[in-house]
Design a protein around this ligand. Structure first.
Ligand code: ARG
Ligand code: ZN
Length: 875
């Protein structure tokens, strides 16, 4: 039965302190938890205490120092009931025994390459000991770890180190850590193993010295430099941007190779998927460098937004995640190019969150109900959650936003808060009524905004009509109108933003139109010439915008819009319209004739040296196949979409092949590799141009790609060339794959890229190739990174092969889901959600997908995680 937000009740008991004594052993770890408990106000004396468990074995239980008789409690793997606890505060000592080696779900305490580590968010602490495993129970933790010295010379837990030593007459040693900041159980962590350490130091602005350390496998020390630099930049940025200072004497990061997600913000002891820590030019791409910088920042920023202020319950997940994603996006914008970062984030939002919001897995940013909370770490909670914070900032203004944040950080420090608490701070700081704005947290689905306009030259007026509509999704009825901030400008024939005298009929303040009704018409007067409206600048709201701008207007915007985001958006809009048209033609078996005016405009952008390289790369990067499918929305035929996209790419390549080849030569590396944003932007443009060269028909096209593959001194260039060779089926692709494999054989994260290149190849042979690769010696079903880079990459990055008409793609993924589910439900459920857009497919493919889903649903022993997703997909 689902958990419902409206059923929230505070816990009957509180836990003030937790003392853990953990004796680590591969198969028989003993955990002794001493809890100081007390009745909460309003709890009647004698109210039973019910603690959460998950697969636990109880081996001892004592109350105030005395063992409890069997009649006083009931212990099951999933709960511990104490029938009548004392009325006064009491101590409970709980002893459990765990088997970390057989923990393949990677939740709770497990081992990764011999290192003991933990993952407790969302409900993993209950796999370690019985507890009130909910985020509103905050306690002060002291953790003693004991392990064999040779196996685990490094012993880490949350907080500051307070004691360490040897156990006499044994090969064991111990360490004690104390975390003075009260925290929920999901932020608990320990790490024990034989790890190398890279250290540095940061002094906070009020003078607190902090010892920084990154722990990695021996031999990987020199791949930690970028992560450490990113950490120091994050710490300085959070002080400057939000006044948030670090609050412990140490900050530790550990990289592990088996990890269900990206990383985890455990207090003072962040645990990372090694993919988001390790980087050197030979094995990491520019994208990897950017991700590392962003994820290090994200986890660090959680120290305030997440840890000092945590969530009252899991429905409030976006309180910490949406806000922290917003903060890491702002950090990256300050470190790199703000417009390019915005474009990248909007691309991600549209490709991941929009489809989620349009299908059976749609849910509000703050869900109202869940069956398995791990299935709600979604693009909607994270990315749309960040968009909502971004809109809030537009709505209240920069100054009130900052004072609202200050108020939030002060008022709710050391508590577990709600979205209402958060919004109240901004309402107070700004004096605005945020009632309508709060709907962004309540309603699922992407609002559709339609804009149309009329210029009256005699009256010198420009009338703009905006209307909004929320499509019905996932069982949600018709929605209420949302508060949508639309940044805009009116652009005159000279390409400059135009002035006007005044407006009537709608709320315009500065450069923002506030759309709050179903439909509003704003009349601008004193408009001397017909303007082209530039709407939703900077993507000021997460909506789909449909305008009545004709191709001529859009071309005008691609040349003149002063807002770089909207300039990019105009290019995308033209590309999308053409690709949707070409897809329909392909589906109808008609000839494909790409739009020549658009192709010309792209050439201008490619040649425009006033635009920075990263921006030009974003502009020349056509919408992906999934983006086109989303725009088409129904009766989707992925083969037609691929044909359309290929035709447009070829037309661009034929028209601008020489210019692209020149770009490749001009931007060829001349200095030693540097991962900075400007250099990365040049590589992005060069590699995009190389992709066009490959399909240009130029006589030396293949040679150029092979030459880059052979001579590249960095992973970005090598992988770009390899991908082109393999995906375009160029002679030499097989040799290149073999060479890549040899070169990186001992580097799992590089081999992941080798898996992905092959899994995403749009060719009939791919499903069989993927099956064969699961037998590769570098593949491991137990490692989430391997599974994601091969199977998830196939399911989400290869539209035509995943959605084959013969069902072979769906079958492959369904089998993988069933196989994974027994071992790691979270990873299985994530893979399964690749089916979420199946109903939008044309009937033959849709029936194949449905059959595969039914086969999964038929397994009776399916995990709660997978059951939840498959049921919603079939609903
Ligand atoms: N809080 C982590 C982060 O955003 C992610 C934890 C994901 N947990 C999960 N069970 N999926 O950085
Ligand atoms: Zn997070």
């Amino acid at each position: 039965q689902p958990v419902r937000l409206e059923d929230y009740r505070p816990a009957p008991y509180r836990i003030d302190t937790v003392d853990l004594d953990i004796r680590l052993d591969p198969q028989a770890t003993q955990v002794t938890a001493r809890l100081r408990l007390a009745r909460n106000e309003g709890t009647a004396a004698g109210t039973p205490l019910v603690l959460d468990g998950d697969g636990l074995t109880l081996t001892g239980l004592a109350l105030d120092g005395r063992p409890l008789p069997g009649t006083a409690y009931a212990a099951r793997p999933d709960r511990l009931d104490l029938f009548s606890p004392p009325a006064e505060p009491f101590d409970l000592e709980i002893v459990t025994r765990l088997d970390p080696d057989s923990n393949t779900a990677l939740m709770g305490l497990y081992r990764s390459s011999g290192t003991w580590c933990t993952q407790c968010e969302a409900e993993g602490f209950r796999r370690i000991t019985y507890f009130l495993d909910r985020p509103d129970v905050l306690a002060v933790y002291t953790t003693r770890l004991e392990a064999p010295k040779h196996e685990a010379p490094v012993l880490l837990a949350n907080g500051n180190p307070v004691d360490a030593g040897e156990i006499p007459d044994s090969d064991r040693h111990y360490a004690v850590w104390h975390d003075p900041h009260p925290k929920p159980s999901y932020l608990f962590a320990l790490v024990a193993g034989d790890l190398a350490r890279v250290t540095d130091r940061f002094v906070t602005r009020s003078g607190r010295p902090v010892d920084l350390a990154i722990y990695v496998e021996h031999g990987k020390e020199d791949h930690c430099g970028w992560a450490m630099e990113s950490l120091k930049r994050s710490m300085a940025w959070d002080e400057a941007a939000f006044g948030c200072e670090y609050d412990l004497d140490v900050f530790n990061i550990v990289a592990v190779s088996d990890f269900n997600m990206g990383a985890m913000e455990n207090k003072g002891l962040n645990i990372f998927n090694d993919k988001y820590v390790l980087a050197d030019p030979d094995t990491a791409t520019d994208q990897d460098y950017a991700h590392i910088e962003a994820v290090i920042a994200h986890e660090y920023f959680h120290n305030w937004t997440g840890n000092r202020i945590t969530c009252r319950d899991w429905f409030q997940l976006c309180l910490k995640e949406g806000l922290t994603v917003f903060r890491d996006q702002e950090f990256t914008s300050d470190m790199r190019s703000r417009p390019v970062k915005r474009i990248a984030d909007v691309r991600l939002l549209k490709s991941h969150q929009f489809p989620e919001d349009a299908g059976p897995l749609a849910h509000p940013v703050r869900p109202k109900t869940y069956r398995e909370i791990n299935n709600f770490y979604t693009a909607t909670v994270y990315e749309k959650g960040a968009e909502v914070v971004r809109m809030l900032k537009i709505l209240v203004g920069d100054d009130a936003f900052r004072s609202g944040m200050d108020l939030y950080l002060r008022r709710h420090d050391a508590t577990a808060a709600t979205i209402e608490d958060f919004l109240a701070c901004f309402a107070e700081a700004s004096g605005e009524d945020l009632t309508q704005f709060a709907l962004w947290y309540e309603q699922a689905g992407t609002p559709q905004v339609t804009a149309s306009s009329r210029y009256d030259g005699d009256a010198r007026t420009f009338a703009l009509t905006l209307s909004q509509q929320l499509p019905p999704v996932a069982g949600q009825g018709e929605g209420k109108p949302a508060a949508i901030p639309i940044r805009f400008a009116l652009i005159g024939p000279n390409g400059q933003d135009m002035a006007y005298d005044r407006t009537s009929g709608g709320a315009v303040s500065g450069d923002v139109i506030h759309l709050t009704e179903r439909s509003q018409t704003i009349v601008f007067s004193g408009v001397s010439q017909r303007p082209v409206p530039s709407l939703l600048r900077g993507f000021s709201a997460p909506v789909r915008l449909e305008t009545d701008l004709d191709p001529h207007d859009l071309l005008f915007l691609t040349r003149h819009d002063g807002d770089p985001f909207n300039r990019w958006q105009a290019v995308q809009e033209l590309a999308t319209r053409d690709l949707v048209r070409l897809s329909a033609a392909a589906q109808a078996g008609e000839p494909l004739r790409p739009d020549a005016a658009f192709v010309t405009a792209l050439g201008e952008i490619l040649d425009d040296e006033r635009l920075d390289a990263a921006f030009r790369a974003q502009a020349l990067h056509l919408p992906g196949e999934a983006d086109i499918a989303r725009e088409i929305g129904r009766n989707v035929d992925p083969d037609a979409i691929l044909a359309a996209r290929t035709a447009l790419r070829k037309a661009i390549a034929r028209a601008h092949g020489d210019a692209c080849a020149e770009t490749v030569l001009d931007l060829a590396p001349t200095t030693v590799f540097s991962p900075d944003a400007a250099s990365a932007g040049r590589r992005a443009l060069k590699n995009l141009a190389l992709g066009y060269v490959a399909v240009s028909g130029l006589p030396d096209a293949a040679d150029m790609v092979i030459r880059q593959f052979d001579t590249a001194d960095n992973m970005t260039d090598r992988l770009a060339a390899l991908t082109i060779l393999v995906h375009e089926g160029i002679d030499g692709a097989d040799e290149a794959l073999a060479a890549f494999r040899d070169r990186h054989a001992r580097h799992a994260l590089a081999i992941d890229k080798w898996f992905t290149v092959q899994a995403t190849r749009p060719a009939d042979a791919t499903p069989a190739a993927v099956r064969a690769l699961t037998g590769d010696e570098g593949f491991d079903w137990g490692n989430p990174n391997r599974v994601r880079s091969l199977v998830n990459a196939f399911a989400t990055g290869n539209q035509t092969q995943f959605a084959r008409t013969d069902g072979a793609g769906f079958d492959l993924v369904a089998e993988a889901v069933l196989q994974l589910d027994e071992r790691n439900p979270q990873v299985a459920a994530r893979l399964l959600s690749a089916f979420r857009s199946w109903r939008a497919l044309e009937p033959v493919r849709a029936r194949r997908a449905e059959a595969a889903l039914h086969r999964i649903a038929a397994r009776e022993t399916l995990s709660k995680d997978a059951r939840d997703i498959v049921d919603r997909c079939l609903q």
